[in-house]
Design a protein around this ligand. Structure first.
Ligand SMILES: [Zn+2]
Length: 649
């Protein structure tokens, strides 16, 4: 995929010309996601995570998030400013994430407590927008706001990838969250007032950037800008107003996008989470204009990151940056796998899946969802990881409720409100069952409904119970994961079906369904090992979709354990030596044995040195020290080196 070049652009011509109807869409996707309100989660770890997150969202005081908004509009704040990043130059990013999160939560559940918060925040923002006077609304401190306003006069002075010379810290990044939150309050939260506030802010973005020369724009884009290109393209789609598409195009960063368009890998050394939203913007531009370049950029980038720069958990980056391919085994550090990156990679993956529904992208989605996103939430307070450390023997560090407000807290708030959005997709008369998460689906346009009942991945079956069906035939397309240990099998109402179910394909079952039909899907699972791309002697274990981590016992609670104000608080923490595995006659995974009982607990048998280890799903390990990648050594090597220098193997 990474070598797609210009000669292929013609093959990706728009499926049909731009439509006059809204939203503007120049490309007809083969698959579409359902609205969050069409899918209700049933009991599972995902529903538990969503409910825990909802409690946290309700514990946040909107007036505190609006502190700066009122202060710098000339009003007395109604709440104290929050700590952490909300007291720094990036203040206000949480306000935007929060609007998106509560809008998604409201869309998914219809819970009025969230609707009231949406309406309150928007009404406060509308009043402040009047006071700011020029259309701006947000919660930026004076330096950041003055810097953006200064762009109107062509004053672009970049200092580094995150700052302008004024000292402003990523002001467009922050404003993107606000504009996106307003858009979500409008579309998902049903707020007409949010529409007016959002469009006025979008007009302001246009007015600030419209006079800049191409050179000035490219200079501006050297500082992280979040998903400005994406959200403006979406607002164009929602309104049909070409002014917003023109504004979106001003955020096209040639230095990063052009190599991707030509199939080159120029990512090494770049800040990972700065780039992913740009690529999502390119993907969205393809969808609203039909211009094929955006799709090429998105597919090339996705192929690079998913296949060459991602750890087994689906996350990427070390110290937030892409590092040279072939050096991953030197990057098992405390600061691996920023959680925002995976939030954004999942967004991008959804675009690719909708254009070309295949199991490659769907498998990646599942991997990253279970092993990074679900694994990023702390189960007592619903707190969030920033980095997902892959340092052997390390533990997870979580945010505090009100003194951190990192980027990954903002995206984290959103993550757990939208699990229902990626389980099912649909075409015209086909339904994709992508994830095996207990849920109830209503497909309104086709008068079809089903409930998915499963204890997957603890069990290896899922039951799809049809609750409502039209007279006409519909195709159920069930994902057969590429990792499956054999053909999937299908049983309808107790009778075996002769349906091909090869791993890495979709099993297609087309029939006139009846309410009460029960389709049982069996997914063969086994323990398997995945080696690091650059080192076959460093392996991780998986069972089905689940990364298994060695559980090395609890880490003692302390001032920064498990909750820390700074994401770097435990950066220098030491880790004890981690057991190694010795090579036997067979593959290592043959010596990883599932304990009896209905849980996903495994233990190595005879290959651990100095002792065998217990393995559990990575997402379930919250307060213990853990290990994901194991050194695989010969018995004689183990005898001569021992445990003192595990990284020296
Ligand atoms: Zn982050």
């Amino acid at each position: 995929m990474r070598h797609l070049a210009a000669c292929l652009l013609a093959a990706l011509a728009p499926a049909q010309p731009a439509q006059a109807t809204l939203p503007v869409a120049a490309v007809v996707p083969l698959a579409r996601p359902f609205s969050l309100g069409d899918v209700r989660l049933l009991n599972s770890p995902f529903k538990a995570a969503m409910e825990r997150n909802a409690d946290y969202l309700l514990s946040i005081d909107p007036d505190r998030l609006l502190h700066n908004t009122r202060l710098y509009a000339g009003f007395v704040p109604k709440g104290e400013i929050y700590g952490g990043w909300e007291s720094a130059g990036i203040a206000g990013h949480t306000l935007g994430h929060y609007l998106t999160a509560i809008s998604q939560q409201y869309a998914a559940t219809g819970d009025d407590r969230f609707k009231r918060r949406i309406d309150y925040i928007i009404s406060e923002m509308a009043v402040c927008q009047e006071a700011y006077g020029d259309g701006y609304i947000g919660a930026l401190p004076p330096t950041e706001l003055a810097t953006l306003r200064g762009f109107r006069n062509g004053k672009i002075e970049m200092a580094g990838p995150f700052t302008f010379k004024s000292g402003a810290w990523v002001p467009w990044y922050t404003e993107h969250k606000v504009l996106n939150g307003l858009k979500d309050a409008w579309i998902l939260g049903g707020s007409e007032q949010a529409r007016a506030v959002a469009l006025r802010l979008a007009d302001w973005v246009d007015s600030v950037t419209s006079g800049l020369t191409p050179g000035q724009l490219q200079e501006m884009l050297r500082v992280e800008q979040g998903g400005m290109m994406d959200v403006l393209a979406e607002i164009y789609s929602l309104t049909g107003n070409p002014r917003y598409l023109a504004a979106s195009r001003r955020f096209y960063h040639h230095a990063v996008m052009d190599p991707l368009l030509w199939g080159q890998d120029a990512l090494v050394g770049l800040h990972a989470n700065t780039q992913i939203p740009k690529v999502i913007g390119a993907a969205r531009t393809y969808e609203v204009t039909g211009e094929p370049e955006g799709r090429v950029i998105a597919e090339n980038f996705w192929g690079l990151v998913a296949h060459h720069y991602s750890y087994v958990i689906g996350g990427d980056s070390d110290d937030e940056h892409f590092y040279p391919e072939g050096s991953m085994s030197n990057h098992l550090d405390t600061n691996t796998a920023e959680t925002c990156n995976t939030y954004n990679m999942l967004k991008l993956t959804q675009h690719l899946f909708c254009w070309n529904p295949d199991t490659e992208t769907a498998d990646f989605y599942e991997r990253a969802l279970y092993n990074h996103i679900l694994a990023s939430q702390e189960p007592k307070k619903g707190m969030f990881t920033y980095f997902m450390s892959l340092k052997p023997g390390m533990f997870k560090t979580y945010s505090t409720p009100f003194e951190s407000f990192w980027c990954c807290v903002g995206t984290g708030m959103e993550n757990h409100t939208k699990y229902g959005g990626a389980i099912y997709y649909h075409g015209v008369d086909d339904l994709y069952v992508n994830l095996f998460i207990p849920s109830a689906l209503t497909w309104r346009e086709r008068a079809f409904g089903l409930e998915q009942d499963t204890d997957y991945p603890t069990g290896n079956q899922t039951r799809l119970v049809i609750t409502r069906a039209p007279a006409a035939a519909l195709a159920l397309k069930v994902r057969c994961p590429g990792w499956a240990a054999g053909q999937l099998s299908f049983d309808l109402n107790g009778t075996s079906l002769a349906v091909p179910g090869a791993p890495g394909t979709y099993a297609v079952i087309r029939r006139a369904w009846k309410a009460g039909d029960v389709l049982t899907v069996t997914i063969p699972m086994s323990v398997r090992a995945e080696a690091m791309p650059d080192n076959p002697a460093k392996i991780a274990f998986l069972y089905g979709p689940v990364v298994l981590a060695g559980d090395l016992g609890p880490e003692q609670e302390g001032p920064t354990v498990p909750y820390a104000q700074s994401q770097y608080a435990n950066e220098g923490a030491s880790a004890p030596p981690v057991p190694v595995l010795v090579r036997g006659d067979g593959p290592a995974e043959a010596s990883v044995i599932r304990s009896s009982g209905g849980s996903l607990v495994f233990r190595t048998q005879g290959i651990g040195r100095p002792e065998d280890v217990t393995l559990r799903p990575f997402w379930e390990i919250s307060y213990d020290r853990y290990n994901v990648y194991w050194d695989l050594v010969t018995e004689s090597r183990w005898r001569s080196v021992g445990t003192q220098e595990p990284s020296g193997f």
